[in-house]
Design a protein around this ligand. Sequence first.
Ligand code: ADP
Ligand code: TRP
Length: 338
Amino acid sequence: MSAAGADQRAKRILSGVQPSGLLHLGNYFGAIRQHIELQDEGEAYYFIADYHALTTVQDRTEFARMVSDVALDYLALGLDPERAVFWRQSDVPEVCELTWLLSTVTGMGLLERAHSYKDKVAKGITPRAGLFLYPVLMAADILAFRSDLVPVGKDQVQHIEMAQDMAESFHAAYGAKVFRRPEPRLATGAALVPGTDGQKMSKSYDNTIPIFGQGKPLKKSVMSIVTDSAGVDDAKDPEACNVWQIYKLVASADQAEEMAGRLRAGGYGYGDAKKALLAALDEHFGAARERRAELVADAGFVEDVLATGARRARRQARAVVGAAREAVGMAGGPVESR
Ligand code: ADP
Ligand code: TRP
């Protein structure tokens, strides 16, 4: 392909989503929304990182439910299976084979420097080998599909740099260029969403507002958002108000300005702001909630989407892992495929 041709090639955008329970507004505005938008920018490849999830979940019922929940959540929030390839990681076992090939060119030191691994160990977790090898599996995910761009949160950037290093080590060891160099892509303008207690919203802090929450539990989490002690009549600073910080993400710009004006003027209480926030959440996520309920009732459709995605993804992975096998001196594929 000519250089110009190569430049015009659609970028391949790939990201994995680890199933980890109820998605919250932080996940949506920090990551998912960007994934959905990127479907318009290139070839989108998204998968449910269920092999990775085994490093934390060991209850088979909970595991299956979490995997199914992520599939439903992403499809309901706008992942379009006509435009994006969407699959379950474990349906493409070639990534495990590539994990092994990459592990043989990866220094222990590189893995020992991984922040997320070190953080977990510092928190007192007794690490298993799978947790230590987590970045190698992630590199295999990225490299098996010749990904150009990997949209992730800040905490994952080091893992992508490690994937770059592993690709280079493999190329240097075998003198063959099999992989494409991936680049991380941080969500631009992604908001750090505050939780109900004002810290970063995170499931580890028990301060989340779930995207698909409804009715009383949703109302309860919105009503629990911490505010200062200003009375109804007092003038309030919207920038310092957690309710407004969340409201501006889900309301229109005009609505956000209007609420800011009311808070500044006084005579508008935090209770009023919370009611407006609840209404805005219903408005913003109403269609996705309906869509999710339809998908729950149509399990066959969701399975079909994942099966079709897996077939497409697997074809790609087989070609790349086959090339990696050849590079190390093996036949291009396992014996029954020859
Ligand atoms: P949690 O902190 O709840 O465990 P994860 O670490 O699973 O969330 O995050 C999944 C994705 O959502 C990451 O890309 C992360 O950057 C994003 N994310 C999580 N919480 C927030 C937040 N409060 N604000 C912005 N982005 C967030
Ligand atoms: N480790 C990522 C996370 O926790 C999930 C993930 C697994 C991933 N494999 C990936 C992200 C490959 C991007 C590319 O968010």
